[in-house]
Design a binder for this molecule. Structure first.
Ligand code: NDP
Ligand code: MG
Length: 385
């Protein structure tokens, strides 16, 4: 039996992870769960899965949740904040942590989990974007598995099985292109939050959905792939594939390209990470090749969707530059969702922060946390009024 904690249990990935667990209660036991503020949903999860620990990271929500359990004789320990996440990520009794919180809040708990020797099913890509260098060192030192959940990285991970890393020519990360594929900058000037949240293929949390519309999501995935697969940026290419059936590909030096195809459903990469190196039972609709008419591919338009270009640049500069890019983006997306800035301002703000904040090599965790405060504060003060 595998015992797990899910950080960010109430979100899109968290909920789909529960779907996978529901199908196999004999082999999985949920020990720790968390929410930021959605305590109603957290409560339902407690009732159904009976975990031993629940974390709430937002203060008022935490107090409300705790109040609910006052005078109830539940076998549940209720914890608060990042400390709470760190605790459920490193419990002696668990084997694996699913990291599905949003944004940089995943970094520290993931590090604590690795230090405690837990395997990681990694959805929270921001962790690797920001702290890839530190995280990879810790993964090696503590000899844990870091298994990607992001569909593209899961695809690449699957295409690499049984092959030599030294035979890789390049990897091809596919991108749906998001809701604004084919549009030019003029057409994007006044797009609304609602339009940006209307993703053609995936139903995801708001932050990643906006990232998919700007193509920053693909940029973050390029940096994530760099760390996961130890590849230079020159060997990581992005291909727009609007049907989202080919989830990514690996091209080998002999010219063979191996791809992973499946229905557009995150439960498959989640399940693959939970069962690795085995495969679980059918969890998504099977592909019917007679009904699949066209699979199309095109080059991304990085002049219109600048964030993808910026992410490559930040990745190549290295040091703390990807952290600067990520923090600027997180805050800018938040401002966009609050209708305080326009869609194209997101890329503009990220570029501005990359020019303003000098990157540092040989950094520690404290440097990253410092960058988070400085960059987000700067963006909020300058653009958030
Ligand atoms: P959601 O917004 O749907 O869920 C985020 C989860 O994190 C929720 O449980 C939320 O709690 C919690 N949370 C939000 N803010 C904080 C915070 N400040 N501190 C701690 N917890 C917080 O996101 P997704 O599930 O879509 O994405 C999660 C991660 O997975 C992201 O890093 C994303 O990039 C990655 N990912 C997602 C994919 C998808 O299909 N959704 C695909 C590939 C990667 P509450 O519900 O209370 O707000
Ligand atoms: Mg992805």
């Amino acid at each position: 039996m595998k015992k797990i904690s899910i950080l960010g249990t109430t979100g899109s990935i968290g909920t789909q992870t529960l779907d996978v667990l529901r199908k196999d209660r004999e082999n999985f036991k949920l020990i720790g769960i968390s929410a930021n503020s959605n305590v109603e949903k957290l409560l339902k999860i407690v009732e159904e899965f009976k975990p031993l620990y629940a974390v709430v990271t937002q203060k008022e929500a935490y107090l409300k949740f705790k109040e609910y359990f006052r005078n109830k004789n539940a076998n549940l320990e209720i914890l608060f904040g990042t400390e709470g996440l760190n605790t459920i990520a490193s419990l002696p009794e668990i084997d694996m942590v699913v990291t599905s919180v949003m944004g940089m809040s995943g970094l520290v708990p993931t590090i604590r989990a690795i230090e405690a020797g837990k395997d990681i099913a990694l959805a929270n890509k921001e962790t690797l974007v920001v702290g890839g260098e530190l995280v990879k060192k810790l993964v090696k030192k503590n000899n844990v598995n870091l298994i990607p959940v992001d569909s593209e990285h899961s695809a690449i991970f699957q295409c690499l099985q049984g092959n030599e890393d030294s035979d890789i020519e390049k990897i091809l990360i596919t991108a749906s292109g998001g809701p604004f594929r084919g549009k030019n900058r003029k057409e994007l000037l006044n797009v609304t939050v609602q339009q940006a949240l209307r993703h053609p293929k995936w139903h995801m949390g708001k932050k990643i959905t906006v990232d998919s519309a700007t193509l920053m999501n693909k940029g973050l995935e390029v940096i994530e792939a760099h760390w996961l697969f130890d590849l230079p940026y020159e060997k990581i290419k992005v291909v727009v594939h609007p049907e989202s059936i080919v989830h990514s590909m690996v091209e080998y030096k002999d010219g063979s390209v191996i791809a992973q195809l499946a229905s557009t459903d995150m439960r498959l990469p989640i399940q693959y990470a939970l069962y690795y190196p085995k495969r679980g039972e059918l969890v998504v609709d099977r592909l019917n090749f007679y009904n699949l008419k066209n699979l199309t591919f095109e080059k991304p338009d990085i002049d219109t969707f600048k964030p993808l270009k910026l992410a490559y640049e930040a990745g190549k500069i290295g040091g703390t530059m990807p952290a600067i890019l990520n923090c600027a983006n997180e805050e800018a997306v938040e401002l966009f969702l609050l209708n305080k800035i326009k869609f194209l301002d997101i890329g503009y703000i990220v570029e501005m922060c990359m020019n303003k904040f000098p990157p540092k090599n040989n950094f520690q965790l404290e440097d990253l946390l410092h960058i988070e405060i400085k960059v987000k504060e700067y963006v909020k003060t300058k653009f958030g009024r």
